[in-house]
Design a protein around this ligand. Structure first.
Ligand code: GDG
Length: 514
């Protein structure tokens, strides 16, 4: 069997003691890798003063992970800069928050070149390479430049923006051209796939080629939809674990005679938290008789806490919760509890099970795994109701949820009321259909269908020409990623290692890794 090399910005095996919990991408990838030989490659989450290219290899939770440290400037320009200050807001339709600084783009290209330079010597003939997400778009092109001819696929976890938005990005054409170095490009939903096709055909002068391939920039690729899912049975087992039961009991005792409403989101503007709170406030205003019947728990762990927009968002959410509680709370009842800390995954599963309603109302979201986790955790004979934004990729598969427009506080309020008043029979009927759907499109189906499509879409490229750069590194690194001496220092200044102080990025208090 071919080895599978998974590449993503952050490499994280979930739930290491003391580590930050993994975001949706990391949880899904870890589940995917456990059954393949190969390794997971990416950034260590640490920075050093001077890039060395030294790889760290370890085995975590049955997965071999290979990481490399980045430089302080890389972290600012690539991670906080282009990836999270430019591409993330732009791809989530927030051009008002998009930073267009040129230096960020240069840092992004530099880091992708660095990743490629470290990864290329670790690749063996026959390996399949699967690159993930917006941090890594140019990586395929850089690997090709270094002579890698293996099948390389790319999966985008977030939305692909409409062409009108993408064209606001300087060098948008180069970004899309870079995707044409891959054999296969995957999206979460048909909506994001159509937006990509529309750019290629309308802006890049591309055309349809044979077998449904897209042709542009003198080459071809296959683009397809692969909706990400959960390991449903694993999550159901978590929801029945002793830790989950304790969390369930705590929440049940806390909300006795009341209905618990839950929201779980990384603290991010794409998740629509402010609009959701405004919708909840509207619900309280419109339904005085139901006020004391509900408790709303919002878990919103900090994410990218070093970025200014995220700090501002946190301050606004805190103020909004404080204001709503100030207006509506009584001496024995407070409508909203909001917490910025993270919980263990099994604790969360217990909280989901105790909640009568889950509010998942992003303004734009590639998929949204919380929606699926909530459904997976429910009791079959008395399930809760999912209220879901029509702008989450998950809504394309989860039509039995109560679908709302997250920009409308009236729709959130009405959706919440409808969910709270839904009888058991209808809840069970809707839940069974949702459950059937998430079982059929679980994480294994996602992984296997992508890997199969990658093998099928690979077209022979020029023979593997080992560039001098690769030969230089390979000479001391060996072919495999696992054992072997530490590699040399390809680009460091003499003596740099001695004073090459490491920093953990972001700090350990920061929460969900993405
Ligand atoms: C990206 C895309 C796409 C949250 N709080 C805690 C915690 N979480 C976990 C959830 C869930 C994950 O984080 C969030 O996943 P999402 O899918 O909702 O969102 P993103 O992090 O934005 O992920 C998204 C995903 O990639 C996968 O392709 O669905 O559209 O934006 O798993 O449970 N986990 C723990 N404690 C917390 O406090 N343990």
């Amino acid at each position: 069997m071919s080895r599978l090399i998974v590449v993503s910005n952050r490499v994280s095996a979930p739930e290491q003691p003391g580590a930050a919990p993994a975001g949706g991408l990391a949880v899904a990838l870890s589940a995917a890798l456990r059954e393949y030989s190969g390794f997971w490659f990416g950034w260590s989450g640490e920075t050093v003063e001077t890039f060395t290219g030294e790889v760290h290899t370890r085995r975590v939770d049955e997965v071999t992970v290979v990481t490399v440290d980045l430089e302080d400037a890389d972290y600012q320009e690539y991670y906080n800069g282009y990836a999270n200050g430019t591409l993330w807001p732009l791809f989530h339709y927030r051009i008002d928050l998009t930073a267009y600084d040129r230096s960020f783009g240069e840092g992004y290209e530099r880091v992708n070149r660095r990743f490629a330079g470290v990864l290329a010597p670790l690749i063996q003939p026959g390996d399949l390479i699967w690159v993930h997400d917006y941090h890594m778009i140019p990586l395929g092109r850089e690997l090709r430049r270094l002579g890698v001819t293996n099948p390389i696929g790319f999966f985008l976890h977030i939305p692909w923006p409409a062409s009108q938005l993408l064209t606001t990005l300087p060098r948008n054409r180069q970004l899309v051209e870079a995707l044409f170095s891959y054999d296969l490009v995957g999206f979460q939903t048909d909506e994001w796939l159509w937006a990509f096709e529309s750019y290629v055909l309308g802006e890049a002068g591309g055309a349809w080629g044979r077998d449904g391939r897209l042709e542009a920039f003198g080459t071809t690729l296959r683009a397809q939809v692969f909706p990400i899912g959960l390991d449903v049975e694993e999550f159901r087992a978590l929801a029945a674990s002793p830790v989950a039961n304790r969390a369930y009991d705590r929440m049940a005792a806390h909300s006795v005679f009341r209905s618990l409403i839950v929201g779980v989101d990384r603290l991010d503007y794409s998740k629509g938290l402010e609009e959701r709170l405004a919708g909840f406030e509207r619900f309280l205003a419109d339904n005085p008789e139901l006020r004391r019947e509900v408790l709303y728990l919002q878990v919103a762990p900090t994410s990218r806490g070093e970025v200014g927009v995220y700090q501002d968002l946190r301050a606004r959410i805190d103020a909004l919760c404080g204001r709503i509680n100030g207006v509506y709370a009584d001496m024995d009842w407070t409508p909203i509890s909001h917490v910025h800390r993270t919980y263990r995954r099994d604790e969360l599963a217990g909280v989901y099970r105790a909640a009568r309603v889950c509010l998942v109302t992003p303004l734009r979201d590639g998929m949204n795994l919380v929606a699926k986790e909530y459904v997976a955790a429910q009791k079959p004979d008395d399930p809760g109701v999912l209220v879901l934004s029509r702008f989450a990729g998950a809504a394309r598969q989860m039509g039995e949820a109560v679908i709302v427009n997250p920009f409308s506080r009236e729709e959130i309020s009405e959706g919440l009321k409808r969910a709270l008043s839904m009888g058991r029979e209808e809840r069970v009927k809707r839940w069974e259909i949702l459950m059937d759907g998430i079982r059929k499109s679980g994480v294994k189906a996602w992984r296997d269908s992508f890997v199969e499509a990658l093998k099928a879409s690979h077209e022979p490229r020029l023979p593997f020409i080992e560039s001098p750069a690769i030969l230089r590194v390979r000479g001391t690194l060996g072919a495999g990623p696992v054992a072997g001496p530490k590699p040399p220092v390809p680009s460091a200044a003499p003596g740099a290692l001695k004073r090459n102080a490491k920093r953990r990025r972001p700090p350990p208090s920061d929460a969900v890794v993405i």
